[in-house]
Design a protein around this ligand. Sequence first.
Ligand code: ZN
Length: 338
Amino acid sequence: MKENYPWNKEVLQSLNGLRSHLPNALLIKGAAGIGKLDLALNFAQSLLCEAPNEDGLPCCQCSSCHWFEQETHPDFRLVQAAALSDSDDSSEKEGGKKPSREISVDQIRSLSNFANLSAHQGGYRIILIHPAESMNLNSANAVLKTLEEPTEKLLFILVTHKPQQLLPTILSRCLSVTVNAPNLEIGTEWLKQQGVSNPEKALALSGFAPRLALQLAEEGDGSEERNLLISAIQRPTQMDALQLAEKLQRAMPVQIIQCLQQWSYDLACAKLTGKVRYFPEQSELLNKLSLNVSSMRLLGFQSELQTAKREAYHPLNAKLQFESILLSYRQIFSSPSA
Ligand SMILES: [Zn+2]
């Protein structure tokens, strides 16, 4: 089974409490990077397990558990976008086509046989859709159709961190279960156990999502560019936006934009309350910078970042995008700061 994160134990227990009266569809929602998928997989495995323990965890011994862990369980289907299912190979596929980030209607339609058969093991059949917001309108409608005519002992588990992007008609047919991010203490402790060297910082950088924090710490991916960016934006008046954009090209746009979002969030907080969230080490400097920030322009900058983030997975030209964002960043400072 997947790791049963300390902060998810309680919610797993409440899921177990539903065993005797499961709905047709469960919606597991919460922030990204806190282990919702692992939670959903553990719950699914335990539902199919022949001898779950009293905490509701799968036994990991029975043949059902064995199949589940081999990803061959006949009563379980995991539906993900191709971009997630294909192993880490994010490079372009043959023919220059990138793996889709959407769950297609064909993926849902191909489940119709599965949905109509009775379970091999006489228990539940489970379809796990992750992340549910990556269904496009057609695939969402296909799911809706199945939910409108529920089959006995067929359970949909939808995992999402953007429930607001799901069709209201789907939401209304799901029983919603919220997964909360752990508090600082639990999150930091877990990261420490994973061997992350500066857990407090890693947790803050990830937006308090421990799984994501661990991933970032392990990959170290883009951390060089990130450090470059952070050191440059600390001195906006001396920042050479064009040169910096050039150096950031290798980074993932989404990481650069997220870093700027966190930085500008902290600038706004510093200005309003004198406190910061994501960059505690630069708290003093952020407070100083915030004195020269025009609130109106900062708001404008934040909405520009929002837009940029939506396009970040397929930017036409990352360098140009960075340039324009960094130039905007410089302009939020109304008077030159020392
Ligand atoms: Zn088992």
